[in-house]
Ligand binder design. Structure first.
Ligand SMILES: [Fe+2]
Length: 186
């Protein structure tokens, strides 16, 4: 069991019980972006980071069955003692089941989930140096639809409801840079 609002380390320990190494890194990157956006908006950055860490906790468990993704995560989190608030946000983040997001934290989760892979892919082009990834790089690669094609540009664009896209690129890069060692980047 973890506290209703686990801290970063408690959330990481819980996540590790359920996911593969690659998925773990995706969650860390997404969470760091969430945290930086929260700081920018003067929201609860610790809470937003924890939501990012835990958002895909069920991804390996549900396997191919994407109809269960999110819902199963919500169940796992409640079972482990995580608050209803956090579990519900994560339960709703599967955009294939729930299309509408109005809360800043939910919008940011959609955008961070999608841009994390794009920024990591930009870093890999630069020999794994995320510190060499600029807003200009991300802007260019964002427009190149075939680059990191799995990163849904429409979900990234949802951020425009709360922040200009270029600002988001800047904040998201800062987030990934802050966890570069955990991601095996430099
Ligand atoms: Fe994700």
């Amino acid at each position: 069991m973890v506290p209703e609002k686990p801290d970063r380390n408690q959330a990481i320990e819980l996540l590790k019980k359920y996911v593969s190494e690659n998925l773990f890194k995706h969650c860390i990157a997404t969470a760091a972006i969430m945290r930086e956006v929260a700081k920018e908006l003067r929201e609860d950055d610790e809470l937003w980071e924890v939501i990012g860490i835990l958002h895909d906790i069920d991804y390996d468990v549900v396997g191919e069955d994407m109809e269960k993704h999110g819902i199963e995560g919500q169940r796992i989190l409640l079972e482990n003692g995580v608050s209803q608030e956090i579990a519900e946000i994560i339960g709703r983040h599967n955009h294939m089941l729930f299309g509408e997001y109005d809360k800043p934290v939910e919008i940011t989760l959609q955008a961070a989930d999608s841009i994390s892979g794009l920024i990591v892919a930009c870093a890999l082009v630069k020999g794994g140096k995320v510190t060499d990834v600029s807003v200009k790089t991300v802007k260019k690669k964002f427009k190149e639809k075939s680059f990191a094609a799995g990163c849904d540009r429409d979900r990234i664009r949802l951020i425009e409801k709360i922040m200009p896209l270029e600002k988001f690129f800047e904040v998201a890069i800062r987030g990934v840079v802050s966890v570069r060692e955990e991601l095996g980047l430099s």
